[in-house]
Design a protein around this ligand. Structure first.
Ligand code: KIV
Ligand code: NA
Length: 275
């Protein structure tokens, strides 16, 4: 399994870090078999797996439940788990307790938290307790209400400067990497050059040290809204739809189950049933 120091080396060597989200055992197995560098159990699971319309309904227990399944499917891949909405903004000691519980119960390798400001103290506390932390700046979906929608962030010089400062502060606080979501690619380039720790972009251009995409977006699996920045690498959803429709048709017309799907009883046994 790669470690936090491997990710630093990858950045220094200019080798891109590949991250994908996963929320269950089969997805984690596929991701590990493909050899991705990191898996994120994102709170995006609220939307793509649980059918909520934002990430704010997701609970700590939801995250642990899914992270456990991912861990079982990807024993040799670095797994990061999102701390969900509201779980790290109150008493920092509570945040630490919650973070420790998430790591202990799920077996994941690291946690991810959104934002800087007061969250910097939480990053410091978690890292001090020995938990690697990934920061997340730019579009931070847990703050969608405050941001006023899912919009590109850091477009003005003032916002960009703030983001650069926040990224440097996350690094100082001990973060192992920073996810940059939905920011202009020029800003990604500046932040990536200023930081020693890797940046992992989503909707942030090719200049990031790594990329992350949501499993269900890049494979077109599910019927949630798919953002503009997500490329379709396969259309699994269309295959699933076709498969289920084929099954329905076969049952209705009586072509399934066929003889090869049936179990047989010996004739003499059959005779003794009917006498
Ligand atoms: O929850 C998630 O999937 C994320 C990624 C989009 C970075 O936080
Ligand atoms: Na997330």
């Amino acid at each position: 399994m790669k470690t936090t120091s491997d990710f630093l080396k990858m950045k220094a060597a200019g080798e891109k870090i590949v991250m994908i989200t996963a929320y269950d055992y089969p997805a984690a197995k596929y991701a590990e078999a493909a050899g991705v560098d990191m898996i994120l159990v994102g709170d995006s699971l609220g939307m793509v797996v649980l059918g909520y319309d934002s990430t704010v309904q997701v609970t700590v227990d939801d995250m642990i439940h899914h992270a456990k399944a991912v861990r079982r499917g990807a024993k040799d891949t670095f797994v990061v788990v999102d701390m969900p909405f509201g779980s790290y903004h109150g008493d920092p000691n509570e945040a630490l307790k919650t973070g420790v519980r998430m790591i202990q119960e799920s077996g994941a390798d690291a946690l991810k938290v959104e934002g800087a400001g007061e969250v910097l103290y939480v990053i410091k506390k978690l890292v001090h307790a020995g938990i690697p932390v990934v920061a997340h700046l730019g579009l931070t979906p847990q703050s969608v209400g405050v941001l006023g929608g899912y919009k590109v962030q850091g477009k003005t010089a003032e916002q960009a400067n703030q983001l650069i400062e926040d990224a440097l502060r996350c690094q100082e606080a001990g973060a192992m990497a920073v996810v940059l979501e939905c920011i202009p690619h020029q800003l990604t380039e500046i932040v990536s050059q200023k930081l020693e720790i890797p940046t992992i972009g989503i909707g942030a251009g090719p200049e990031a040290d790594g990329q992350v995409l949501v499993f269900h977006d890049l494979l077109r699996y599910g019927n949630h809204h798919i953002p503009k920045f997500a490329k379709e690498f396969a259309n699994v959803g269309a295959q699933i739809q076709k498969g289920i429709e084929g099954y329905k048709k076969a049952v209705k017309e009586g072509s399934f189950p066929a003889p090869e799907h049936c179990f047989n009883m010996k004739e003499e046994e059959l005779f003794s049933i009917y006498g």
